[in-house]
Design a protein around this ligand. Sequence first.
Ligand code: HMG
Ligand code: MG
Length: 307
Amino acid sequence: MTPTIRIVEVGPRDGLQNEAQVISTETKLELIDRLAAAGLRTVEATAFVSPKWVPQMADHAEIMQRLQRRAGVSYPVLTPNLKGFDAAVAAGATEVAVFAAASEGFSQKNINCSIDESLERFTPVFKAAQQASVRVRAYVSCVVACPYDGPTAPEKVSEVAARLHELGSYEISLGDTIGVGTPASVSRMLEAVAKKVPVERIAGHYHDTYGMAVANVFASYQFGVRTFDSSVAGLGGCPYARGASGNVATEDLIYLFHGLGEQTGVNLEALVEVADWISSSLQRPPNSRVAKAMLAKRVPNTPRPAS
Ligand code: HMG
Ligand code: MG
């Protein structure tokens, strides 16, 4: 059945970028492929950012070169500038994402420039992408609050989102980077953005620091948003937003949407196995209520299915 909800799995990128331990390229490639095998149609694979800024993503070219591309699955990557874009395309990327912020403090800390400067840097990326027929998604971070500047005005989010939309992004993903939003603050922000960007072009990207991410997804769904970013096992955080936790867990979203009668195309049991496997690889339990509940129901001593 055709999915009615689009999930953008960001675990291999947003989920792993903040991990202090070195994760092998083999593990990352296996994670990406297992996620696609579980039915995820968009798996953000890596980030073509400076390895000095985010060492965990330093194997970006090898990831894209060795990826087993499955039919019908897209593997977007983050590109902060033309250098990253050129390297991504040379390594085989066919979809990229630029990332801006709605707060000056986060823009400076994350990509070392002001919001205006970041949009200037993205302009040649959009031009090059158009020439190469590469789709461009755009993120806006700190849509509710910033770890450096405090609360973000919804009008500032809508202004940055509108500029990214005008530059040619096919979708704008609105990031509650530090996971402080509630259905009320997220709805106020969406109301402002939807005045300038069609709701079909908006995606929700909610981190779960205060445990509100599923509620924020539901509020956004009621608002009309149908695309959401999430991380398997709730992995993640941003190296430039200290204390921020992972994204909303993909398992929790799938459970929510299947319960609402929506189609995601994702096999929840298979996804929980992926959550269990990657969490074991990282020596921790999955940070997902649904994964924990489903794993607890396993009959003791039952061998795990072969991977
Ligand atoms: P900079 O230091 O201002 O860059 O960093 P520069 O242009 O002055 O170059 C400095 C060095 O970086 C040079 O190397 C460049 O070649 C190199 P050197 O001469 O010193 O050896 N360089 C690059 N190397 C590889 N790939 C590139 C690249 N560009 C320059 N693309 C820069 C500016 C943007 C590069 C840096 O700040 C950076 O890489 N930042 C990335 C930060 C990041 O990845 N943050 C996490 C992702 S965002 C996020 O998680 C939020 C999100 O999930 C949504 C949400 O939750 O809100 C998306
Ligand atoms: Mg994020």
